[in-house]
Ligand binder design. Structure first.
Ligand code: F0G
Length: 321
């Protein structure tokens, strides 16, 4: 059996002798090389990091296992998050397994039914609010400041620490960092976490290069691209329907330090990428996940040359929800 994520990356994580090494089998997800799309895009090497293979079907489990381990270490009895769906499913699963009361606040409309089903089946208290993710997050911030409940959104620094392990896995699989990392951006925690992982590796002398971080928001929910909060975000990719990302500034740092970009892709481009991934590669991610590949496609079609480059697209969650 492979080691638990917290055990495997123990030296790089905020783990001390009091931290319980818990697991639900997260991490160690496949990095799959493209069969066809890399040729179509004239890309040197193209890989997909299949984060939908985590136990609750998204990358959130990497951060949740760390956040829940720290909550247990600190003697917390309850955890809470706002969510467009995947974070709530992950919090509910880890909460159930490690006996923490779990409360999740979700927007009333347009959260995928499969994600809500996971949270409810795991016994979380699910509260739907009239309003969007950003408003749900405000409520959660206020409640967790007032009551002894651990916030497990990516504002919790342990979430980002856990999520950076994906960058290490990519480095381990490729023998070094790729040239480009394409990633969906919603609340902007994940792009921040990957950048933390890649920059730590570089600081430790692992490699002189680090990837350009290419983040993609959906056009109707692209506050970082336009520089303005979006009061009513819209997109078919419900997981990234976020108008005021909590890690906005950190995402700008990731973009600028890496020489990358944060751009928008339209719903049409997201859906085209979603079907191409499934039809050409057999990879079925959720629409939000396809925005990473949609962004790469957009850049390649605009004439950007990837011929001798190694590119990784993060497929953040399964299409089965
Ligand atoms: N992809 C998927 C499948 C997601 O669920 C999310 C975020 C993202 C990408 C964006 O990641 O927020 O770190 O920039 N989902 C959160 C949730 C907001 O509540 O499940 P991010």
């Amino acid at each position: 059996m492979s080691l638990a994520l917290l055990e495997r990356y123990r030296d790089r994580l905020p783990i001390n002798p009091e931290t319980p090494i818990i697991t639900l089998g997260e991490g160690d997800t496949p990095l799959v090389r493209s069969q066809r799309l890399e040729r179509e895009l004239s890309c040197g090497e193209l890989y997909f990091k299949l984060e939908g293979c985590n136990p609750t079907g998204s990358f959130k489990d990497r951060g949740m296992v760390m956040a829940v381990a720290k909550a247990l270490e600190m003697g917390s009895n309850a955890i809470m998050c706002a969510s467009t769906g995947n974070t709530s499913a992950s919090a509910a699963a880890y909460g159930a397994r490690f006996s923490l009361e779990t409360m999740v606040i979700v927007p009333k409309r347009d959260v995928a039914a499969g994600k809500l089903a996971q949270a409810m089946a795991c016994g979380a208290r699910v509260v739907s609010v009239e309003g969007n993710f950003d408003e749900a997050l405000q409520i959660v911030r206020a409640l967790t400041e007032k009551y002894p409940i651990t916030l497990v959104n990516s504002l919790n620094p342990f979430r980002l620490e856990g999520q950076k392990t994906a960058a290490y896995e990519i480095i381990d699989s490729l023998g070094g960092p790729p040239d480009y990392l394409c990633i969906p951006v919603g609340n902007a925690g994940n792009i921040t976490a990957y950048w933390n992982g890649f920059s730590e590796y570089k600081r430790e002398g692992g490699s002189g290069v680090s990837p350009r971080m290419m983040g993609f928001q959906a056009e109707g929910s692209a506050p970082i691209v336009t520089g303005r909060v979006v009061p009513t975000p819209k997109t078919v990719a419900s997981a990234i329907r976020i108008g005021n990302p909590a890690s906005w500034q950190k995402a700008l740092i990731a973009r600028d330090e890496s020489g990358g970009l944060i751009d928008a892709v339209s719903d049409e481009q997201i859906l085209e990428a979603y079907f191409m991934l499934a039809k050409c590669e057999g990879i079925f991610g959720e629409p939000a996940s396809a925005s990473s590949f949609a962004g790469l496609l957009k850049m390649a079609r605009a004439g950007q040359d990837f011929t001798d480059k190694k590119v990784v697209c993060v497929i953040t969650g399964t299409g089965l929800k």
